[in-house]
Every structure is written in C-alpha cells, then in structure tokens.
Write a protein that binds this ligand. Structure first.
Ligand code: SF4
Ligand code: SF4
Length: 89
C-alpha cells in the first residue's frame, strides 16, 4: 500500500471513520490548471482554496471531510501525487 506523508500539507480529518486527507500544496499544480480531484470526488469534498501558494496557485481544500467515503479516487487520479488519503478500520 502506498503510504506517503508529504512535508507540507493541509490536513483534514474525518473523525468518525478516521479518514485523513492530505493535500500537498507544493506538489499540486492548482485547481485552475487541473482540478481532477474535484471532478472525480463522488462526495464533492473539495473546494478551491482561498489562499495562493508560494507559486501562485490555488490548491483544492477538503472543506467537507464529513462527505468523504475513503474511496481514494482523488489520490489515484491526481497526476502529481499531491493527495494522500489514509483510512483506519
Ligand atoms: S477519498 Fe473519495 S470521497 Fe474522499 S475526498 Fe477522495 S475522492 Fe472524495
Ligand atoms: S488532481 Fe492533484 S494536481 Fe490536480 S488539482 Fe487536484 S491535487 Fe492538484
């Protein structure tokens, strides 16, 4: 199983199912240039971040972690390996 915690991340935790979503702001190319994670997420978990990164892009922000099912589609589809989803049973 692929396990990686990027060094600089925004981290959101869904407590009841123990799902943790990491988005690496340095690896992401930005919602405006990509946005695949937002398109594939069945729970509409992500929205565009309000804050720009040092590179001037807006990464996705998992603003609705309560809707996350832990399907990991966002992690699998991200072309830049910027997302890690961890689940604990
Ligand atoms: S794991 Fe699935 S439901 Fe959760 S944020 Fe990623 S795509 Fe959406
Ligand atoms: S799929 Fe990856 S690179 Fe594309 S916007 Fe989402 S986190 Fe960024």
């Amino acid at each position: 199983m692929f396990r990686r915690k990027p060094p600089r991340t925004e981290r959101t935790v869904k407590e009841e199912k123990k799902i943790t979503i990491f988005v690496d702001r340095d690896l992401c190319k930005g919602v405006d240039g990509c946005g695949l994670c937002m398109h594939v997420c069945p729970g509409d978990v992500y929205e565009k971040s309000d804050s720009l990164t040092d590179r001037g892009i807006c990464p996705p922000y998992p603003s609705h972690p309560d809707r996350c099912t832990g399907c990991m589609l966002c992690m699998m589809y991200c072309p830049d390996f910027a997302i890690v989803v961890e689940t604990e049973e």
